[in-house]
Ligand binder design. Structure first.
Ligand code: NOJ
Length: 501
């Protein structure tokens, strides 16, 4: 039986973090941006020579997998409306715009023997338009839309993916590196590996938990590291940019003060984000101790001849360790973790969840977004930032995603409250020495929210998906974010006059 967690969690309030109402100024050098990704906004799914991605296949093969049976075929139509997107970025006063490149738009078959010039041109135009408007392009190389041709070969669980990825990356550095100085290699490894290969939550929905997500993790870390070293060796001197990775980090808090619950939270944090952060940002490198221990023990008990977590050789550990100029943090929410008899039989064996051996739950008293998984817990964000500082010797952190979903509508006071509260604790963390230098709102505009289709809206601007012109309209939160950027400060008393964007 699952524990009645609402009793357990009544003790948590703001957990010592003050949600201050005074005006709080961010450092002059601090930068604000907003983010999107290719499949979620572009559309143009089969236009001008683009190849198919695993999301094109997932949405077309079995539409019932997507809540509203929708696809990203047109999405927000940014393939045609990118100038309007840049105009919006300009209206908001963004310092940078984070977008991703669709691998199959550049390489329709995934491999570099056939480059799609129309795809190259599209991102050239977008980058030039941004620069013309004084907005820095922040380019994510991979945000989940793997070429289907590469999935046929196993995708992220085939070790050759490392070379395929590096070939693709080289093309982007070659074509865009003269103007793009901010690079993210890969967006959210856990969602790619666990959700895509260990479950059916994301394409390619392989559902081979306990094995596939760890194979994916190793390949992904190596692909990232090689892309980073390629930049160092061949491009950095000339192009002088910065290269990092965006890791999704949920904060897991022990549900009670027992040793078991404490350990459950430690393990959950290590499985969720330490799995990817520790090999890159820790002094020792390699997968975290908790991951190695839990998976090795369970694998032995289960009769496997070796741990289901692949080995990293000493040279692989060295290659991965230190392979980032910044830690891109995508963060949205917090969960409570506990460990007790209710775990018996709860998860499939073997599986990622069974290896982690924690029950993770929200708290019904926390403000709830439209997305079931998303609750507003600013103190969790604060604790996460402090933990990153402590564990990884205070790395340079860019918040590369943070945001709130609603069912729609222009008056989004809950989103405004979320942004203000998260920015307020971010300010606390900076004051206490966390080296956070950028903040990115998710998302610039409404978009295709993966298996939830268009039922969850994250945009600062609303997109009218029922209209052919995909008209974009600023929400109230857009006016508030614009003022935060303009003043580089948080003033919770500010009430926008609508229509001033
Ligand atoms: C993380 C992902 O990077 C993005 O694609 C997604 O839409 C948001 N979180 C919200 O779920």
């Amino acid at each position: 039986m699952i524990r009645p967690f609402f009793i357990l969690c009544a003790i948590f309030h703001n957990n010592g973090v003050s949600l201050s109402s005074k005006i709080r100024k961010f450092p002059d050098s601090f930068e604000f941006g907003a983010s999107t990704s290719a499949y979620q906004i572009e559309g143009g799914w089969y236009e001008d020579g683009k190849g198919l991605s695993i999301w094109d296949i997932a949405t077309h093969m079995d539409p019932s997998q997507i809540k509203d049976k929708s696809t990203g075929d047109i999405a927000a139509d940014s393939y045609h409306l990118y100038k309007r997107d840049v105009e919006i970025a300009k209206e908001l006063g963004l310092d940078f715009y984070r977008f991703s490149v669709s691998w199959p738009r550049i390489l329709p078959k995934g491999l570099p023997n056939q480059i799609n010039q129309a795809g190259i041109d599209y991102y050239n135009n977008l980058i030039n338009e941004l620069l013309k408007n004084n907005i820095k392009p922040f380019l994510t190389i991979y945000h989940w839309d793997l070429p289907y041709e590469l999935q046929k070969l196993g995708g992220w669980i085939n070790p050759h993916v490392v070379d395929w990825f590096v070939d693709y990356v080289k093309i982007l550095y070659d074509y865009y590196g003269d103007r793009v100085k901010l690079w993210i290699t890969i967006n959210e490894p856990k969602q790619i590996c666990y959700e895509g290969y260990g479950s059916t939550l994301k394409a390619p929905m392989l559902n081979a938990s306990g094995v596939a997500e760890y194979m994916c993790a190793k390949n992904l870390l190596l692909a990232h590291a090689k892309a980073y070293h390629l930049y160092n060796q061949n491009y950095r001197k000339l192009q002088n940019g910065t290269v990092g990775i965006s890791i999704s980090c949920t904060w897991f808090e022990p549900a009670s003060e027992t040793i078991d619950d404490h350990q459950a939270a430690v393990d959950a944090n290590q499985f969720d984000w330490g799995q990817y952060a520790h090999p890159i940002f820790s002094k020792a490198g390699h997968f975290p101790f908790e991951l190695k221990k839990n998976i090795a023990l369970k694998s032995a008990e289960q009769g496997f001849s070796r741990s289901r977590l692949p080995e990293l050789s000493a040279s692989e550990v060295a290659l991965i360790r230190g392979s980032a100029d910044f830690f891109g943090v995508n963060t949205y929410t917090t969960k409570l973790a506990y460990r007790d008899a209710s775990l018996d039989g709860l998860y499939a064996v073997p599986s990622y969840m069974d290896d982690m051996a924690a029950v993770v739950v929200g708290n019904p008293t926390w403000p709830q977004a439209k997305s079931t998984w998303l609750q507003e817990v600013p103190w969790g964000f604060y604790k996460l930032l402090k933990e990153i500082k402590k564990n990884y010797n205070n790395p340079v952190v860019y918040i590369t995603e943070n945001g709130w979903s609603t069912a729609g509508g222009l008056f989004d006071d809950d989103r405004i409250q979320y942004y203000r509260n998260y920015l307020s604790v971010l300010h606390d963390a900076i004051e206490e020495g966390c080296d956070v230098r950028k903040y990115t709102a998710w998302s610039l505009i409404d978009n295709f929210e993966w298996k939830n289709g268009y039922t969850e809206k994250f945009g600062l601007y609303e997109v009218d998906f029922s209209r052919e012109d995909r008209n974009r309209t600023p929400r109230k939160s857009a006016y508030v974010y614009k003022e935060i950027i303009r003043t580089k400060s948080l003033d919770t008393t500010y009430e926008p006059e609508i229509n001033t964007v």
